[in-house]
Design a protein. Structure first.
Length: 84
């Protein structure tokens, strides 16, 4: 975990965990303890969101995220395929 100073004056911490990159931004330079606590809180928040998501909610979120770049026929097909 590395603390980087951004051009805006803020500080950023990035951590890769299980192939995903998580980012926490601070206004002032955090101590190592504050950085660890903030990153742990971010990881817990993301894990809680994923553990309580149903297949239907995940499918709708995926389709919503890709709707602007997929053709209308593909979106219709995605909505039709899983009969949830």
């Amino acid at each position: 975990m590395k603390i980087e100073k951004l051009p805006s004056g803020s500080y950023r911490i990035r951590k890769t965990y299980k192939g995903q990159t998580y980012t926490v931004i601070f206004d002032s330079k955090p101590t190592q303890k504050e950085a660890m606590q903030a990153m742990a809180k971010e990881l817990n928040k993301v894990q809680e969101q994923r553990s309580s998501m149903t297949f239907r909610a995940a499918a709708e979120e995926y389709i919503g995220a890709k709707r602007n770049i997929l053709s209308p026929t593909t979106v219709r097909g995605y909505n039709r395929k899983p009969k949830y």
